[in-house]
Ligand binder design. Structure first.
Ligand code: NAP
Length: 252
């Protein structure tokens, strides 16, 4: 059985390792190629876009793929939409592995918004020193003259893409992060407000706990809806059971 995992996440890496360990299963992980030195992966790896829905559909046919697992990041909406459409075109079954989003608990001071622009609009009323953890792309939303007086601590895995906020301090780092580490960081940089996407998952959740402990407001950019008709499962165990129902060899 040949499984294509659309990757770029910790979940995708773990799933590929589970699949690669099974006799009779071939796994190929596909990466967009945005990260210069991605973490090592079990099984085969291919890098770069497919060329839209038709390109992905052709790849599925040519490589005789038996199942697609879309384990991309919850904010990677285009490739997820393409996966559903290419699966329909080819008849190859597809499933989406999507970690659950974060939910507030008592003590949280969360402000939901639908976009980075929406997050930027909220900032002047929430503080002057911003911890921005929305990734390296899309920071133009925070580069406008209306936010020129704010100070941004920008954390990302790879250097952020300009235009950047006028006062931007860059912190290159990769999770997982600890609550103690995040609390110390927020204190050291005298952060007033945290901005994050609703990425979900444990690896980057410590900042939310730290913000709660320090009673800081958090601006949360909510994730896009999954594509219509997508079969969405929250974890690798569910995906493996689903693949087993399609004939995946080995233990479940
Ligand atoms: P996107 O907007 O959904 O995708 C844009 C284009 O990039 C797609 O149309 C596709 O090109 C190509 N692409 C995306 N993921 C791919 C994959 N796994 N394999 C091959 N091609 C892929 O995606 P994005 O938001 O730019 O994210 C790119 C990658 O980074 C994703 O794989 C995602 O898992 C990872 N990532 C994203 C975020 C985020 O916040 N968006 C955070 C962490 C990691 P073609 O149309 O040419 O096939």
């Amino acid at each position: 059985m040949h499984v294509l995992v659309l990757g770029g996440t910790t979940e995708a890496r773990r799933l590929a390792a589970e699949l690669a360990a099974r006799p009779g299963v071939r796994v190929t992980t596909s990466l967009a190629g945005r990260v210069a030195r991605p973490a090592a992966l079990e099984g085969d790896v291919r890098v770069g876009g497919f060329g839209g829905v038709d390109g992905l559909a052709a790849w599925l046919r040519e490589r005789r793929v038996d199942a697609v697992v879309d384990a991309t990041h919850p904010f990677a909406a285009t490739i997820s939409e393409n996966a559903v459409r290419a699966a329909r075109l080819t008849g190859v079954p597809a499933v989406m592995l999507r970690r659950p989003g974060w939910r507030p608990v008592p003590g949280d001071r969360w402000h939901d918004t639908a976009s980075l622009t929406g997050a930027a609009a909220l900032l002047p009323s929430l503080g002057r020193r911003v911890f921005l953890t929305t990734g390296r792309l899309g920071l133009a939303a925070f580069a406008g003259p209306d936010l020129a007086e704010l100070h941004f601590l920008v954390r990302s895995v790879e250097p952020p893409e300009p235009p950047l906020p006028r006062h931007a301090e860059i912190l290159l780092d990769r999770g997982p992060y600890t609550i103690d580490g995040e609390t110390a960081l927020l204190r050291e940089h005298r952060v007033d407000v945290l901005v994050t996407k609703d990425s979900g998952g444990a690896a980057t959740a410590a900042k939310l706990t730290a913000a709660r402990a320090l009673s800081l407001p958090v601006v949360i950019v909510r994730r896009p809806e999954p594509p219509q008709g997508a079969r969405v499962l929250p974890d690798a165990a569910g995906v493996l059971s689903h693949l087993a129902s399609l004939g995946l060899p080995g233990r479940v």
